[in-house]
Design a protein around this ligand. Structure first.
Ligand code: ADP
Length: 549
């Protein structure tokens, strides 16, 4: 700023100074040159008068003055010269003032010295005898004059330089001072020059615009954080270089990232080849999906590139916990395989017996045994299909109508239904307890009691005792307990008996007609009623399973 002002001030003063100088020097020079020319004419006429009257004697009698006088013969020979020896001077016939004087009576001439520092002005007059008398005077040329005053000129220039510098810095301070004092937070409250008003108004407008944009940005950021912070899925936003721009708490937990990972390469969170490959594919503009395992959990990672027009600006990584889904998928596959297997075995049995009967190879006394096998295997199939139907209805989350159900009465019904089987196995089945009412699905409650009691009978030894107890606890909960003093469940199997098709002793289970689905149905039906199951069992001593509603 100071420099610019200095340059302008200095240039302006230099121009004014030079213009003034040119004007003064030019005007004075012309004035004196004209006066000198007039003087030369007067001198020439005076001298001509003297020479006409006195001849050369007049010239010889003259004092040495500033003006040079030359008398030239009509042929150009110099007759007399006040400054030089006439004999040594060259012929003047070709001089312009001489020729002009010869022709018109008066001649003028001007010649500049070889160094250009002096200029000589001539005035010639033709005398009555045909000779020419010439006056001449020299003076400095303009450049020579200027050169003569170069020192004062330089002094003035230095002065102008210093004055400009001082003025520039003073002006700059005066201009910049109020600008620096402006409070940009309150642009319109400043008392600056009027010229600044449009600027300050615009600053104020822009400030208001920026403030509202910042507010909007903050609101959106909060909105984004509120959504992503509460997401159970892991979300990472990356720039085109793969550097993390934003990472939500779920993603931090999945990848074990501590603190703020923004700005770090996403590969520093996880260097697995799976993630690397997904990122590679996304950098090629593809949407990529893959699975990774962290601890005991399994995640589906989706990396989608983000485009602005045709430019890839970054990518979004979404990590979804698919552990349960995968487990359910695995269970479903196992279940299908198990069901097929379980259906095949009795069907083979039925077909085998039927073929033998059809071929007539069975002795008449064995026919009943074979028919009995067909019947019992068919009954097993019906039981299995019914169990599968029950389970799938529970799996599908079907809503059943609820009603207040007297569990003790239901237990008595089950006990009656099992009476024959219990008697056949030599097991005493009893129903005990003060009873209790549960608001639930009668059919499901029946399934719970039936499956538990059926197991208690099936896995008891002849002479054993099984008991169904229904009591209301002090806290109001109703508890169903089915206990027996049968074979018991080995400790390592206790955690698995509720799995579908899990059976401790497969061959014994087949003998007893079990499907391996009974306890699964109990578990799901209990879950449907928000009831808790507990199992206590000791191999060889017996089993107790409680369901607390
Ligand atoms: P199953 O149709 O084979 O009885 P369940 O799902 O009802 O199938 O039971 C799973 C397995 O748990 C049974 O095969 C059996 O080995 C064991 N089990 C269930 N109840 C008892 C019990 N009261 N006593 C001993 N073992 C039992």
């Amino acid at each position: 700023m100071t420099r610019r002002i200095f340059r302008s001030v200095f240039l302006a003063s230099l121009l004014v100074f030079l213009a003034g100088l040119a004007l003064v020097v030019g005007a004075l020079y012309n004035y004196f040159a004209e006066r000198q020319a007039g003087q030369l004419g007067i001198e020439a006429r005076l001298a001509a008068h003297g020479v006409e009257n006195e001849g050369i004697g007049y010239l010889e009698g003259l004092d040495d003055g500033d003006i040079r006088l030359t008398w030239i013969d009509a042929d150009g020979t110099v007759i007399f010269d006040t400054d030089a020896e006439a004999g040594e001077m060259e012929n003047h016939a070709e001089r312009e003032e001489f020729r002009e004087a010869l022709a018109t009576g008066v001649g003028h001439g001007e010649r500049t010295s070889s160094t250009l520092s002096e200029k000589t002005v001539y005035y010639a007059l033709r005398l009555s005898d045909g000779t020419v008398l010439r006056t001449a005077e020299s003076h400095y040329t303009v450049p020579a004059l200027l050169l003569g005053i170069i020192e004062p000129l330089l002094l003035i220039l230095v002065f102008a330089l210093l004055l400009s510098a001082w003025l520039a810095s003073r002006l700059a301070r005066r201009i910049v001072g109020p600008l620096n004092a402006i409070d940009l937070d309150k642009p319109l409250e400043n008392d600056a020059y009027d010229e600044l008003s449009p600027l300050l108004t615009r600053v104020e407008q822009q400030q208001r615009q920026i403030a509202s944009q910042l507010e909007e940005l903050k609101r959106r950021k909060e909105e984004f954080a509120a959504i992503t912070d509460n997401m159970s899925e892991g979300l990472i936003l990356m720039d085109s270089q793969g550097l993390i721009m934003s990472i939500n708490p779920s993603a931090r937990a999945i990848f074990g990232a501590n603190g703020d990972s923004a700005g770090r390469d996403v590969l520093t969170l996880d260097r697995s080849p799976e993630l690397r490959e997904l990122l590679d594919r996304s950098s090629r503009g593809e949407r990529a999906e893959g699975y990774i395992s962290r601890g005991e959990r399994e995640y589906l990672l989706t990396v989608s590139p983000v485009f602005a027009g045709s430019d890839r600006r970054g990518a979004v990584l979404l990590a979804v916990d698919v552990t349960e889904k995968q487990r359910a998928e695995r269970l479903r596959r196992e279940f299908t395989a198990n069901v097929s297997h379980e259906l095949k075995t009795p069907l083979h049995s039925i077909m085998g017996a039927a073929e033998l009967l059809q071929s007539g190879l069975v002795k008449p006394e064995d026919r009943d045994r074979f028919l009995g096998r067909i019947r019992s295997e068919a009954a097993r199939l019906v039981g299995l299909v019914q169990d599968v139907i029950n389970l799938s209805r529970l799996d599908e989350g079907e809503e059943f109508p609820r009603e207040d159900t007297d569990l003790l009465a239901l237990a008595s019904e089950v006990s009656s239904a099992l009476e024959q089987e219990a008697a056949g196995r030599g097991v005493a089945l009893a129903v005990t307890g003060g009873g209790g009412t549960v608001r639930g699905v009668r059919q499901l409650l029946w399934e719970i009691i039936w499956n538990l009691a059926d197991n208690a009978v099936k896995y008891s030894r002849p002479g054993g005792r099984a008991c169904i107890d229904v009591s209301t606890l002090a806290d109001g909960h109703v508890r169903l307990t089915v206990r027996d003093n049968g074979v018991g469940i080995p400790r390592e199997a206790q955690g698995r008996v509720f799995e579908r098709f899990y059976r401790v002793d497969k061959s014994h289970s087949r003998e007893t007609g079990g499907t391996g689905l009974g306890l699964s149905i109990v578990k799901h039906a209990a879950q449907y009623h928000n009831a808790e199951i507990s199992l206590k069992s000791e191999p060889g001593k017996g089993t107790e399973i409680s369901v607390t509603f």
